[in-house]
Design a protein around this ligand. Structure first.
Ligand code: SF4
Length: 84
């Protein structure tokens, strides 16, 4: 994976921090996990223009990014406060 743009990296870090704060959730105890997720989200912002969850496999990323289900924060996070 190519290194994501600084702009989208910052955007996703800000988004994740704000979301955790307002939802009462917290980051993974291993910072490397959070960093990996943020890198993946920023990469999708660069390539798809949307924060598609980096934790899943999609047969067609472009098609998936048009739907709501796996855009961060995903339905699972909203419903159960669960992030992979
Ligand atoms: S599992 Fe949900 S909340 Fe976690 S990174 Fe993926 S889309 Fe975002």
């Amino acid at each position: 994976m190519q290194k994501p743009s600084e702009k989208n990296l910052q955007k996703m870090w800000n988004y994740a921090r704000k979301y955790a704060e307002k939802s009462g959730t917290y980051f993974h105890p291993d910072p490397a996990v959070t960093e990996g997720v943020i890198l993946g989200l920023a990469h999708h912002m660069d390539t798809l223009g949307r924060p598609l969850c980096p934790c899943n496999f999609y047969p067609n990323k472009e098609e998936e990014a048009k739907k709501r289900r796996w855009l961060c924060a995903c339905n699972e996070m909203k419903k159960w406060k669960y992030c992979h």
